[in-house]
Design a protein around this ligand. Sequence first.
Ligand code: C5P
Length: 258
Amino acid sequence: MSDDPLPPSSQAPAPGRTTARTAAVIPAAGRGVRLGPGAPKALRALGGTPMLIHAIRAMADSRAVSLVVVVAPPDGAAEVRTLLDAHALPDRTDFLVVPGGESRQESVKLGLDALPPGYDIVLVHDAARPLVPVDTVDAVIEAVRDGAVAVVPALPLADTVKQVEPAAAPGEPEPVVATPDRSLLRAVQTPQGFDRTTLVRAHGTVTDNVTDDASMVEQLGLPVVTVPGHEEAFKVTRPLDLILAEAVLARRRLNDGF
Ligand code: C5P
C-alpha cells in the first residue's frame, strides 16, 4: 500500500473544522478609480452609510464570523478606525484595522499576517461587494466546514464571453480568437472561504499577480469548489453599480422596514 497522503479532495474534514472559528479579512485599500474621482471606494456612501460599513456588517451578520480584519488604505487606518467607532456593529464580533498595500493581493496578505491564532477558517471579502446576503456567507463557511479547502460563490454568465487579442490602443477593434462554452463558465464573487493554513501557504508561495485568492490555491494544485452566488453580491465598480446598489438598499428598507 502506498504511503502517499490521500488527495485533498478525498480527505475527511480536518478535525475540529466543523467547529472552527471563522475570521473575515476585508481588503478595502483600493482607490476605485473606475468609480470616478472622490474618496477611496470603500469610504463612499451607499444609502448614507460607507460601503465598507455595509461590507463589514454583511460579514458580521453571520453568527459564525467572530473576527473581522479590515485592510484600510495605507494612509487611512486611523480614519477607518474612527468610522468603525461611529457605526453600530455587533458586540459578539471583534474588529481589527491594518494598513493595506499596493495591490489587492498584498492587502490580503497584510490582513492574513494580522490574524491571531485560533481562527482556522478565513473568508476574504471585497469591501466593494457591500450587499452580499448572509445566506451566501454562511453557505461558503459551511462548505469549508464540510472539508473543502477553498470555496467561491459563483453564478452562471448572462453574456457570451469572447477571448480577444487586446488592442494596442483603447477603442480600437480587437480580433476575436475564441468563444469559450458559456455553460462551463462562472462569474465568481466574494466572500471566498479557505482553510487558513492553505490560504497562508498560497499567499506565501504564489507571486503572480492574481485577481482573486482562490486562483492562488488553484496554482498550488489544490481543489477549489463553488457554491451558488447571489445577484446582490455584485461588485460596485462603475457609477451605474452605485445606482443599482442604492436601489437594492431601498428595496431592502421597504421589505425589512429598517
Ligand atoms: O480593484 P478591485 O475592484 O478589484 O478591488 C477589489 C477589492 O480589493 C476592493 O475591496 C479594494 O478596496 C481592494 N484592494 C485593496 N488593496 C489594493 C487594491 C484593491 O485592498 N491595493
